[in-house]
Design a protein around this ligand. Structure first.
Ligand code: GAR
Length: 304
């Protein structure tokens, strides 16, 4: 039962879909077995040694097609299209492309020339998203922002995605909490997730599907001024009200708790006399724009 739950989380599926996927595997397997026997009987009249030599080879070839065929009837085509794509790219040597999906490795590496696909999750204006997209547009690196995930209709980041020709996935709270949209992310070959002004808590299912592959930027020096409800100007108001002498930015790994994952990078700025939340926000954005994209690049290069 533990193994089943683990697999369910890894694939990011609810219980009903999980069992439909398992049924598709089983039916696809049995269909390919029957097809295989039928075809080979037409060539070999009896089950001799040559029959048993060719049988597994043909079965391997027919199995994906049978599974895809059955998946139309079980309504699981989109899952298997993504799944078989990942298995295929692994067999063809771009194993890196699937590491994060399969939940076993840390930040994927850029050692291979197959691009690392990043998804940026954002809820607001998207100035950080723009900086990150443009950073990797300019550089000749196998790193690409391939998806924008947004939870606020009309948010500025959606226009940025349109301008840059990057697909957008609009999400709603109930589906995000239950599935984490893991399947959609897998289907888009996403390996690394960047939260850039994303204001919902990341559900456990997503954290588990992307271990050490989700980072967040917070507009203060964590562990202070983090947690639920601490975002945007609220953070700056709290920092100024507390009479702090400095503030800054924190880039950190994401776990199941708000702003509590291990810190990757921090940069600070002074709080001057007469500082307002607006002037502080300006300084913080300047720090974010200078450091966020290079930190992502370093993380993705690190595993080389
Ligand atoms: C950024 O300052 C980011 O640090 C903050 O939202 C802003 C988004 O700006 N994130 C949080 O407060 C998360 N707790 P942007 O939309 O212009 O990139």
């Amino acid at each position: 039962m533990k193994g089943i739950n683990k697999l369910q989380r890894k694939w990011g599926l609810g219980p009903v879909q999980f069992w439909l996927v398992i049924a598709t595997f089983a039916l696809g397997g049995s269909l390919s077995g029957r097809l295989c026997s039928y075809l080979l009987k037409m060539v070999f009249l009896e089950k001799n040694w040559a029959f048993w030599l060719v049988y597994p080879l043909l079965l391997t070839i027919l199995w994906p097609f049978s599974v895809i065929f059955v998946s139309f009837f079980t309504g699981q085509f989109s899952f298997f299209r993504g799944y078989l794509g990942r298995v295929g790219s692994r067999l063809l040597g771009s194993g890196l492309a699937t590491d994060a999906h399969l939940g076993e490795s840390a930040a994927p590496s850029t050692a291979s020339t197959a691009p690392i696909h990043i998804a940026i999750f954002a809820s607001g204006a998207g100035s950080n998203a723009r900086k990150i997209i443009e950073h990797f547009e300019k550089k000749d690196l196998p790193i690409k922002v391939s998806l924008i995930v947004c939870n606020v209709p009309g948010a500025g980041v959606i226009e940025i995605a349109k301008e840059k020709g990057i697909p957008t996935l609009m999400i709603n709270k109930a589906d995000f909490a239950s599935t984490g949209y893991v399947e959609s992310l897998h289907n888009s070959e996403i390996q690394f997730i960047v939260l850039a002004g994303f204001l919902w808590k990341v559900p456990e299912v997503l954290v588990k599907a992307y271990p050490k592959a989700i980072i967040n930027i917070h507009p203060a020096l964590l562990p202070k001024y983090g947690g639920k409800g601490m975002y945007g100007s609220r953070v700056h108001e709290a920092v100024i009200a507390a009479g702090e002498k400095e503030s800054g930015i924190t880039i950190h790994w994401v776990n199941e708790h708000y702003d509590e994952g291990a810190i990757i990078y921090q940069a600070s700025c002074p709080i001057d006399a007469g500082e307002t939340p607006e002037t502080l926000a300006h300084k913080i954005h300047a720090l974010e724009h200078a450091h966020f994209a290079p930190t992502i690049e370093q993380l993705l290069n690190k595993k080389n």
